[in-house]
Design a protein. Structure first.
Length: 107
């Protein structure tokens, strides 16, 4: 099972197990991780699962889709070049060890 490390704004980290085909958001909410609200349940409609992808992992992710790109313009926390919606990051074995940083706020 691939692991994802979520780093909180205060520097603490949580490592969670995910399943192939599961989104990073689903793994976070299944483990009760605070910092991912996921108000729309992963339907790419709310941007409350905003994360900052560790720079070294960006090349391994698929290109950002237009709907995700538009939602990222309305996030509560600053949008950065490495911003993504965790509901749009599908976990595969190639993403084992993925590092995602949580913003200070989602709403």
């Amino acid at each position: 099972m691939p692991d994802i490390t979520f780093i909180h704004p205060d520097g603490r980290s949580d490592r969670v197990e995910s399943s192939d085909g599961e989104s990073a958001m689903q793994a976070a909410t299944r483990h009760g991780l605070d910092g991912i609200l996921a108000e729309c349940g992963g339907n790419a409609m709310c941007a409350t699962c905003h994360v900052y992808v560790d720079e070294s992992w960006l090349p391994r992710l698929p290109a950002i889709a237009d709907d995700e790109d538009a939602l990222l313009d309305g996030t509560a926390a600053e949008r950065r070049p490495n911003s993504r919606l965790s509901c749009q990051i599908t976990i595969t074995s190639e993403l084992d060890g993925l590092v995602l940083r949580l913003p200070k706020r989602q709403i």
